[in-house]
Design a protein around this ligand. Structure first.
Ligand code: NAP
Length: 343
């Protein structure tokens, strides 16, 4: 483990912007993680851990410390006596390859999370969810290094403080834990209806009437995502840039009265979700190419901000503010960004 000095962080975010890190090292095992932390402590340097860089972007000032890139691999499938499968997965595994392997084994639980970029260890941080599935529903526990107690700890799902796109790892305990392994419980069989409207539409359009297997649902989610989301390899982006606003039933009612046709999906705890993409589209900013900042919103999905030829993170932040202000002015809703701005 020998950290590389002066590394451009723009290579470590799919948005491809950001300054220089003083040091960066790839971590392949728990042992290497401990060594890296000792190395940084000796030099009094702060430490950050990242996975695939798909849900983070960097300040232009970069980072005066050590960035660790999680490359801890591993995939173990243990069949329990009740027939369920316990998967133990290294945090550095590419998430979509984990989904592919579980689907190939005929397991249900994460197939709707197909094609989500990034690593397995990143999924609990924002409680990744899509098309009705979310990681908190299948996570048994995770293993992490706790920088407060200097030990590896096992944190059960019940102690992750999960809610809609939230967990303790991005709120109260931001930066405290370095996730090394996640453990999931999946089952053989088919995903149960009802499915999301987008999936139902696809089934109808393609005349699919047979029961949905995990493999077919994965194929459908991949087809839907490919039809409306850019490939980070060709268009620099962080996926959905804003979380879907969650509002009270009262506020949802008032919005429906003032803006007939506004979509309000029932969410957790009697709250309602408003699709952020719809709000951005309504203020005329879908497929908006901004000459001033070199940023754009994707033509097929307003929630995706694309770096076309931005020069800096400052450009991105300026563009983001244009969107937030436009939505605020019309709907009195403040969009909150989903990717994390580091450090
Ligand atoms: P979409 O299908 O256009 O839907 C937009 C919104 O409507 C989402 O908030 C979604 O809720 C909600 N929705 C749609 N059908 C629903 C149903 N049958 N019941 C309840 N709520 C419903 O969404 P999109 O922006 O293209 O994204 C597709 C999926 O990927 C969505 O599930 C979205 O949330 C997910 N996604 C997740 C992340 C993440 O975890 N960070 C990032 C990007 C997109 P939900 O948000 O609860 O699904």
């Amino acid at each position: 483990m020998s950290p590389t000095p002066n590394v451009s962080l723009s290579n470590y975010t799919t948005m491809r912007l950001g300054g220089i890190a003083d040091y960066l090292a790839e971590i392949h095992s728990n042992q290497e993680l401990v060594e890296a932390l000792h190395w940084a402590r000796k030099r009094n340097l702060p430490v950050l851990m990242i996975g695939g860089g798909s849900n983070i972007y960097w300040q232009d000032d970069g980072f005066r410390g050590l960035v660790l890139v999680n490359k801890i691999l591993g995939y173990k499938d243990h069949i329990e006596t009740d027939g369920s499968h316990t998967l133990t997965i290294g945090a550095g595994e590419l998430w979509d390859s984990v989904v592919a392997r579980s689907v190939a084994a005929g397991l249900t639980g994460i197939e709707a999370l197909s094609l989500i970029p990034g690593t397995a260890g990143g999924t609990p941080i924002q409680n990744v969810g899509a098309y009705g599935q979310r990681i908190s529903r299948v996570l048994v526990s995770l293993e992490a290094f706790d920088t407060q107690t200097d030990t590896f700890v096992t944190i059960p799902e019940s102690n992750c403080a999960f809610s809609y796109r939230e967990s303790r790892f991005k709120s109260t305990d931001r930066g405290r834990f370095f996730i090394t392994t996640i453990t999931l419980r999946l089952h053989s069989g088919n995903p149960a209806p009802p499915y999301y409207a987008a999936v139902d539409d696809y089934l109808e359009k393609h005349g699919i009437t047979t029961p949905l297997t995990p493999a077919v649902l994965r194929e459908i989610v991949i087809a839907i995502r490919n039809s409306k989301l850019p490939d980070p390899a060709t268009a620099a982006n962080n996926g959905s840039f804003f979380a879907n606003p969650v509002v009270s039933a009262d506020k949802a009612k008032r919005l429906e009265a003032e803006f007939p046709g506004i979509p309000c999906w029932p969410g957790d705890n009697g709250m309602y979700k408003i699709p952020a993409a719809w709000l951005i589209e309504q203020v005329g900013l879908k497929g908006f190419h901004d000459a001033e900042t070199g940023m754009a919103t994707w033509d097929k999905h307003a929630l995706v901000l694309v770096n076309e030829h931005a020069k800096s993170t400052a450009d991105l932040l300026h563009f983001k503010q244009k969107i937030v202000s436009a939505v605020e002015e019309k709907y009195h809703i403040t969009l909150v960004q989903e990717p994390e701005l580091l450090p």
